[in-house]
Each structure stands twice: as structure tokens, then as C-alpha cells.
Write a protein that binds this ligand. Structure first.
Ligand code: T4K
Length: 372
């Protein structure tokens, strides 16, 4: 099988253009394009309901949300985090002059291994920054216990967890703060965009200032901020995309089932999605390849699928701890991160989006099965 058209890891969820056009007319007529417009406010309220959170602030992307969220919490010194993540997580620390202290990951969930956090805490540690990797939640209870014991803040990078629930609690309610990404490649998108959900009501004002240059009023600038506002056009698109999310989740559910059933007996192929269906974010469909059992490496399979016009992704290669500017950190040494270093050579994210045809899923799985 060679697909006529390239199959990518994802395709954005796009609303009907006419629906967007109708809504854009309001924006055009109002001539209000950005800086706390009404569409942003509508989207904020809709998302508070969807994510079932008390406090939510919108941003122009997930990275600036995280960067300014860390800033709002006035963190200093060291922050314990995972090396197995998208560069944005640790770069948000860099831009706050915070030192990442890399902690190894749990082989089952690929999130921070809570049992390895405590030995990394020093008098400089001010927070734990976990990532709900591929939509799998961190061990939030253990992490909170540790944070309480040492008086640390807990921030979650929930870029992959739109709609995830844990113990029936929406994921944005755990920790002090959670970041969501609304990038085009995410289940819910505003083209580019992001949000913070947070516990402390007093952060509402500080976050509004931080994303608007610290301007309190036309005559007063009270802190050093950024321009990180979500604009009205992004908000309109978000409002329309949000209407499609439940249908998209159902479509992805079918695709997930099809992948799981086609791959269940393949030796050396482990499907990573752990959550029950109703709690899943349906963000990524990820497999882990055990080269000894499968007989071929992850990189081999990645290249093989390309021959069939199927473009998978080796998220999150390379490990953040391998970035050149962290090589002086003891926590970045490979010996301290054995699971992360192994995992990063094994994981492959397969194409996963509502419009993906079940026929294509079967063909992709056939290539995987026939490669043994
Ligand atoms: N934390 C974590 C854990 C994250 O995963 C991310 C972002 C962030 C923080 C930061 O959030 P943001 O600041 O981005 O809101 C993509 C996304 O750009 C990035 O948002 C995402 N994670 C990351 C996992 O994936 P790339 O470099 O893999 O994207 P790209 O351009 O190669 O796109 C992947 C595929 O998607 C393409 O091959 C085709 C398809 N695609 C992509 C775009 C942009 C489309 O069909 N249409 C499109 O418009 O990073």
C-alpha cells in the first residue's frame, strides 16, 4: 500500500468556513481586533465551562502562557521537571532564569516519576513542573504530597490534556496552575493559542498585566510583561472549533479502537494510551517499540512508514536534558535519567485525527505487523 496523499501525524480540526465568516462579520463591524475584546471573553467563559475550572486566562500560545504563569508565581532558583517533553516546557523555565532539575520518568506513564523527586530537592527548589505527557496525567497525588511537605508550587504542562479527567476531576484543577495549548495540532485549537487555569484567585489581575506589557492603565506600567494576548480572530475560530470537539473525540475514539485491535498481538509493540475512554484527551496515539521483541528499531519503523507516505513523529526526541546549554547540570547526565534515555529511542506517535480513514489505520497497522 502506498497512500496517494501523505498522511501526517495530525490535521487541524477546522470549522465550516461560512460559520467562521458569519462570526467574523461581527468582529469586522466592531473594529475591535484584540486587547480584551468580547470574543475573547465569550471564549474564556465557554472554556471555563468545558474544562470545569474556576479561573482561566487566555494567551496567544501555550508557551507564553507557561512562561508568564511561572512568572506570576514569582518562582526563583530550581524547578524539578521532566526531560521527556517538548522544548517549550523547559524553555519557559529558561526565560524566567529558573534552573531545570531533570527528574527521570515513570516507564508506565512517561510522566515525572514521583518516587524520584524528593532526592532532587534542595534549598533552592521552589516548584515542580510536571507534564501530562501525551495526555496521561502525572501522579498528581504523590506530587502534591511532596509539594506540601517542602512548600513547593506545582505547575502542570497540560498541553496535551484538553478534556482529560482524573478520578472524575477535570485535569485543570490539580496543582497550582495548568497550561493548555490550543495550537493547530491540538484537539482543540485557536490556530495558535493557550490558557492557564489556576487555583489562586489573586493571580487573575497579575496574569492580565503580564500578558499586556504590565500596563495597569494608560498612565501606569506596574510590572515588566509581554505581549501575549489572544486576539479576536483566534477567539472566533476557537468558539467555532469548540462546537466540533465532542464529535472529533468520538471519531478519534473509533480510530483508537481500530489501532488497538490491529496492534494488540504484535510482539514488541506497546500502546501507550492508559486512560479510560471518557477521561482521555484523545490527543495522541503513541506506541512504544521494544526492539528486541519487535526485531526492528523505532527509527527503522519511522523510516519504513515514510516509504508509504505515512509521516509519524518521534516525540520527544531529542531529550531536553541533551540540549547543549544544560550539559553542565548534573541532573542532565544520562546515568541519572535511564528511563527517559531509553524511552526517547522507543516512542512513535502515529497519525491520529478525526478525518483519518479507518482504511488508512488498517494499512498503517499492516505495515507495522508485516515488518516483524
Ligand atoms: N508543552 C508541550 C508538552 C507541548 O507538546 C507543546 C507543543 C507546548 C508545551 C507548547 O505549546 P504551544 O506554544 O505550541 O501552544 C507541534 C506543535 O507546534 C506544538 O504545539 C506541539 N506541542 C508539538 C508536540 O507539535 P511540531 O514541530 O511537531 O509541528 P509540525 O509543524 O511539524 O506539525 C506536525 C504535523 O501536523 C505536520 O506534519 C502536519 C500537521 N499540521 C501542522 C500544522 C502546524 C497541519 O496539518 N497543519 C498545520 O497547520 O510541533
Amino acid at each position: 500500500m502506498i497512500e496517494d496523499e501523505s498522511i501526517y501525524i495530525t490535521r487541524p480540526l477546522l470549522p465550516n468556513l461560512n460559520d467562521v465568516y458569519d462570526k467574523l462579520k461581527d468582529v469586522w463591524e466592531s473594529k475591535w481586533l484584540t486587547n480584551s475584546g468580547p470574543q475573547e471573553d465569550y471564549l474564556k467563559e465557554e472554556l471555563k465551562q468545558y474544562l470545569q475550572v474556576e479561573n482561566l486566562s487566555l494567551f496567544n500560545n501555550g508557551t507564553s502562557a507557561l512562561l508568564l504563569g511561572l512568572r506570576a508565581l514569582k518562582l526563583t532558583g530550581e524547578v524539578i521537571t521532566t526531560p521527556f517533553t517538548f522544548p517549550a516546557t523547559v524553555q519557559a523555565l529558561d526565560w524566567n532564569n529558573l534552573t531545570p532539575i531533570f527528574c527521570d520518568i515513570d516507564p508506565a506513564t512517561l510522566t515525572l516519576d514521583a518516587a524520584k523527586i524528593e532526592p532532587l530537592i534542595t534549598e533552592k527548589t521552589t516548584a515542580i513542573l510536571g507534564v501530562h505527557t501525551f495526555g496521561n496525567p502525572c501522579d498528581v497525588e504523590q506530587i502534591q504530597l511532596i509539594a506540601n511537605k517542602y512548600n513547593l508550587k506545582v505547575i502542570y504542562d497540560g498541553a496535551h490534556t484538553f478534556g482529560t479527567k482524573l478520578n472524575n476531576i477535570p485535569i485543570g484543577n490539580y496543582g497550582d496552575m495548568t497550561m493548555f495549548s490550543f495550537h493547530a495540532t491540538k484537539l482543540f485549537n485557536t490556530v495558535e493559542g493557550g490558557a492557564l487555569t489556576f487555583r489562586d484567585n489573586s493571580l487573575v489581575g497579575r496574569l492580565s498585566l503580564l500578558k499586556n506589557f504590565g500596563i495597569a492603565n494608560p498612565e501606569e506600567v506596574v510590572l515588566s510583561g509581554l505581549n501575549a494576548k489572544l486576539n479576536e480572530i483566534q477567539a472566533v475560530i476557537g468558539l467555532e472549533v469548540l462546537k466540533l470537539v465532542e464529535t472529533e473525540r468520538k471519531k478519534r475514539h473509533k480510530i483508537k479502537r481500530a489501532y488497538e485491535s490491529c496492534l494488540k498481538d504484535v510482539p514488541g509493540i506497546n500502546v501507550l494510551t492508559k486512560l479510560e475512554d471518557e477521561c482521555s484527551s484523545y490527543q495522541y496515539f503513541v506506541i512504544q517499540i521494544d526492539e528486541e521483541l519487535y526485531g526492528k528499531s523505532r527509527d527503522w519503523l519511522h523510516e519504513k512508514l515514510k516509504e508509504y507516505n505515512v509521516f509519524t513523529r518521534k516525540y520527544f526526541f531529542p531529550l531536553c536534558s541533551d540540549f547543549e546549554w544544560y550539559q553542565h547540570l548534573e541532573s542532565a547526565c544520562k546515568e541519572n535519567l535511564p528511563i527517559a534515555n531509553k524511552t526517547v529511542t522507543q516512542v512513535l506517535a502515529l497519525p491520529y485525527y478525526g478525518e483519518l480513514q479507518l482504511e488508512s489505520v488498517e494499512k498503517i497497522c499492516k505495515v507495522i505487523r508485516d515488518s516483524i
